[in-house]
Design a protein around this ligand. Structure first.
Ligand code: SF4
Length: 84
């Protein structure tokens, strides 16, 4: 089952640890708060994403399971993230 990364904007304090750990998954907005696109994560990134979830100082990150049918773009994203 695919998963996606979700940020709790209330809990997040915008220090940007997640963007440093996951540069291909998290970007920062103009105020330094994380932006995630909510798309399914490629399986090869899950270990790194779990690490970022553990290291978030305010517990604002979580991995969310996607229902069947919501994960059709994970292979396309995986290919896009591998492109230099
Ligand atoms: S690591 Fe956690 S607190 Fe820091 S910017 Fe990311 S979500 Fe917010």
């Amino acid at each position: 089952m695919s998963r996606r990364l979700v940020v709790d904007p209330i809990a997040c304090d915008g220090r940007g640890v997640c963007a440093e750990l996951l540069p291909g998954v998290v970007t920062l907005d103009d105020w330094g708060y994380p932006v995630v696109d909510g798309r399914p994560l490629p399986p090869e990134l899950l270990a790194e994403v779990r690490r970022a979830v553990r290291l978030c100082p305010t517990l604002a990150l979580r991995l969310e399971r996607l229902a069947p049918g919501q994960d059709s773009s994970s292979s396309a994203r995986s290919a896009a993230l591998r492109t230099p």
